[in-house]
Design a protein around this ligand. Structure first.
Ligand SMILES: Nc1ncnc2c1ncn2[C@@H]1O[C@H](COP(=O)(O)OP(=O)(O)O)[C@@H](O)[C@H]1O
Ligand SMILES: [Mg+2]
Length: 244
């Protein structure tokens, strides 16, 4: 069995989440492959986040940053996970897939690296931004109003009309804003972003405002996890490159 030795470094987590902890991951191990030929992708990863915390996972390429983010969301059924992922007092590893659906995209927003891959080419932008709310049972008119508002916050000009467009009609930066809107619309408690600024040029990063009215300043390096986050949320971002 191959064991990864370069698991992203985090401070060792408390065994028992302290009161007010948003996300506590003690000793998460992630394995893939068959029982006979198992590969340990992440070895005893620990993390603790309180509401409002921002955490960046730093590690060389292939050290398991993306795998860790995907494991927390349980989006890869082939991974074997041991340990626990305590989110708002619930161990996500114990939830059924049906219950996980109400966490993913609602309580935890996700932003993945490739905005085109995250968008359905056959659905309008508006339908996709509204989708998390519609799944949660929000009425169409209200979902439309909130989708327009969140797109406007992300500086999508003429948002009502652009909601009728399809992803191929949007530029890369605009698609990234749509993916951010999808992550933000449910006002999640935690946002997990994998390489959130990689697809954004610095100008777009600088234009994207915080929902609380502050401007997000791009660093110019494209490495910092600069993207909006709702108030009182935690944020788990991954740097796309090893930190220097
Ligand atoms: N579904 C999978 N099955 C087996 N190995 C995988 C799978 N997904 C990723 N890996 C491997 O896990 C390791 C960590 O990958 P990843 O998390 O993408 O690294 P990074 O830190 O660059 O984001 C890599 O060796 C990658 O090839
Ligand atoms: Mg990665």
């Amino acid at each position: 069995m191959k064991t990864m030795t370069n698991t992203p470094v985090q401070q060792a987590g408390e065994r028992r989440p302290a009161p007010g902890t948003l996300l506590s991951v003690p000793d998460l191990t992630i394995e893939a492959g068959s029982k006979e030929l198992s590969v340990r992708l992440v070895d005893r990863f620990s993390l603790d986040m309180a509401p409002g915390d921002r955490v960046a996972l730093v590690g060389e390429s292939g050290s398991g940053k993306s795998v860790t983010a995907r494991a927390i969301m349980r989006v890869d059924p082939d991974f074997r996970l041991s340990g626990s992922i305590d989110f708002q007092g619930q161990n996500l590893l114990k939830l059924s897939e049906k219950d996980m659906v109400s966490v993913r995209g609602h309580k935890i927003g996700m932003v993945f690296l490739d905005p085109m891959g995250a968008l359905n080419p056959l659905m309008t932008i508006g339908e996709q931004v509204m989708e998390p709310l519609r799944i949660a049972g929000v009425k169409r008119a209200e979902a439309e109003r909130r989708a327009k508002a969140v797109l406007e916050e992300l500086v999508v000009v003429n948002a009502a009309a652009r909601m009728k467009a399809y992803p191929h009609e949007f530029s890369g930066g605009m698609r990234q804003r749509v993916v951010l809107a999808m992550a933000l619309i449910s006002n999640p408690s935690l946002i997990i972003a994998d390489g959130p600024t990689t697809a954004l040029d610095v100008r777009v990063q600088e234009q994207v405002p915080h929902p609380d009215g502050q401007d997000v300043k791009g660093t110019g390096s494209g490495r910092a996890p600069d993207h909006p986050r709702p108030r009182h949320s935690g944020r788990l971002a991954q740097l796309p490159h090893p930190a220097v």
